[in-house]
Design a protein around this ligand. Structure first.
Ligand code: ZN
Length: 278
């Protein structure tokens, strides 16, 4: 059905979407993001599904955006876009912002507003763009080995495009995560209420599936309304306008790096990856 994700129904009324690019540590290229979006849509449109799990194959949940993608702009032409901004091939900041507004901010916000409960099942490393897959989910279950980082400040950026840090971690820990680029343990993320449960690697899948199955027994419309009510509380606190401000600063960062380094990110923070490619 898909090439980069798997779609499974492991229990009654439960769908499970599995990131399936283990060789690249589930790096997110354009194809994976649109296939993931299509899989979420499939679960949303199926009235027999109440809860959606997002998990990953391989040693790590996700290494973030695929910085090795050969033609990230051209790849958009292969997919039906979900937003109306368009203009991906425009020169300079216009085209770059259009791509990120569609592919990163747009898709993550879309998944956050999926009407059915979603549960991220996380193991191994979850880096930068990886956070943009788990933060839009309603619940997060992590194994004891899971670690989380946003290293984009090291690349001359503000943080990932879906700027959930202050809401997920509180302002001080959000700043520490951003300022240091350090990994945060599952235990620390649990203490900060970023994740719901930390379990052993051996029980991660069974624990998450049992949780999903218990939720799936509830009336679906009540689940939808409960989700919308909590999301509305976050939005009443200014989440959307704060994220839009952060997204604008993020685009300023890309433009600055283009002027100074000739590429959208500071190559000194990429471990030589982009510099080697360039
Ligand atoms: Zn960006």
């Amino acid at each position: 059905m898909f090439e980069t994700v798997l779609y499974e129904t492991p229990a009654p009324r439960v769908a499970r979407i599995v990131l399936n690019r283990p060789a690249s540590r589930n790096a997110q290229d354009t194809k994976l993001l649109y296939e993931l979006n299509a899989a979420f849509d499939m679960a949303a449109k199926d009235d027999e599904i109440s809860v959606v799990i997002l998990s990953a194959n391989g040693p790590h949940f996700s290494s973030g955006h695929d910085l090795r993608e050969a033609d990230p702009i051209g790849a958009l032409a292969d997919h039906d876009t979900v937003g109306t901004w368009c203009g991906f091939t425009c020169a300079g900041a216009e085209g770059w912002m259009a791509r990120e507004k569609e592919l990163y901010q747009g898709l993550s916000e879309r998944w956050r507003n999926l009407p059915k409960p979603t549960i991220a099942q996380v193991h191994g490393k979850c880096i930068a763009g990886g956070l943009m897959l788990i933060w839009p989910c309603d619940l997060i279950v992590a194994s004891e080995d899971a670690t989380f980082a946003d290293n984009t400040v090291s690349m001359g950026m503000t943080g990932v495009e879906y700027f959930g840090h202050p809401w997920e971690l509180g302002p001080r820990k959000a700043k520490e995560m951003l300022f240091t680029s350090d990994f945060m343990s599952a235990q620390e993320a649990h203490r900060l209420h970023m994740i719901n449960h930390v379990v052993s690697a051996e029980t991660l899948e069974s624990f998450t599936l049992a949780l999903a199955s218990r939720i799936a027994e509830k009336p679906l419309f009540a689940l939808k309304l409960a989700k919308e009510s909590v999301n509305a509380a976050e939005d009443a606190q200014g989440r959307i306008s704060a994220m839009q401000t952060a997204f604008a600063y993020h685009q300023l960062g890309h433009s600055h790096n283009m002027q100074v380094h000739g590429m959208p990110i500071d190559p000194r923070g990429t471990g030589g990856l982009v510099a080697a490619k360039a």
